[in-house]
Ligand binder design. Structure first.
Ligand SMILES: Nc1ncnc2c1ncn2[C@@H]1O[C@H](COP(=O)(O)OP(=O)(O)OP(=O)(O)O)[C@@H](O)[C@H]1O
Ligand SMILES: [Mg+2]
Length: 237
């Protein structure tokens, strides 16, 4: 059974439809990349999956459970956690405080265990646990945003624009962490403007353009599709 099943899904804002008739599935342990140009509807799709953008048609299922009309708060309990575009940290709280907020629904024992796990994954965060989030570098802030999402012990991690504005070295550290988490069984839905990095990381890919799916298949097939790379990513093959 798919971990996430998106079927004939549409979402939008008021009268405006941002994504139309989208279908894809993510299997447990898979990395799935949602790609496409600016304004294609990638963030809207992620936010609608999390319950923050209005779903206008179709259905969403997590592990077979229909969540199409489930309030956002209840979706975290089903194992969905988001690393949002722009990170959205609490800048005047410490690293440790930001992390604890991410795992608010767990017991103290779970909290301690998840915190230890995040600090093991990102030693830089451990060293800076008392420091204010605002004083971290961009890469460290992205690590903190990932760590905060992990505190909810998700089955599917949704990551919007992981590499945006980061130095290559920091992108490497964040991607290494995602690979490690994936090897331990975590499924990942990735939105990424760095197409090459996304195709390296993902098993399967969906390309959105103007709110519609224009390609679905393996990352390997996408990499070999010269027209696709040229038309949507400006990559000369
Ligand atoms: N809060 C909002 N209210 C109204 N329209 C919105 C809102 N947020 C996004 N949109 C519109 O929805 C469409 C899809 O936007 P979305 O942010 O999902 O694209 P995206 O693929 O994430 O783009 P980017 O690569 O620039 O992040 C765009 O036309 C955008 O203007
Ligand atoms: Mg976006």
């Amino acid at each position: 059974m798919a971990l996430l099943d998106v079927e004939n899904f549409s979402c939008g804002y008021g009268e405006m439809v941002a994504v139309r008739d989208l279908s894809f599935a993510i299997e447990p342990g898979q990395i799935f990349a949602l790609l496409g140009p600016n304004g294609a509807g990638k963030t809207s799709t992620m936010l609608a999956i999390m319950g923050h953008v209005q779903i206008k048609g179709g259905s969403l299922r997590v592990g077979g459970t229909d969540i199409t009309r489930l309030p956002a708060l209840r979706r975290a309990g089903l194992g969905l956690a988001l690393v949002p575009e722009g990170r959205r940290l609490f800048s005047d709280l410490s690293v440790a405080e930001n992390l604890v907020i991410g795992g608010y629904s767990h017991s103290r024992a779970d909290e301690k265990r998840h915190l230890a796990r995040v600090f093991e994954l990102f030693p830089r965060l451990s060293e800076r646990r008392g420091q204010l989030a605002a004083s971290l570098s961009g890469g460290e802030q992205q690590m903190l945003a990932i760590g905060r999402a992990l505190m909810a012990a998700p089955r599917l991690l949704l990551v919007d624009e992981l590499s945006l504005g980061l130095m290559p070295r920091m992108i490497d550290l964040c991607i290494d962490a995602l690979k490690k988490l994936n090897q331990e069984g975590l499924a990942i839905l990735l939105v990424e403007q760095n197409t090459n990095r996304a195709l390296d990381l993902a098993d399967n890919v969906c390309v959105l353009a103007s709110g519609r799916s224009v390609f679905q298949g393996s990352a390997e097939t996408a990499r070999r599709d010269v027209d696709l790379l040229h038309s949507y990513f400006g990559i000369a093959a």
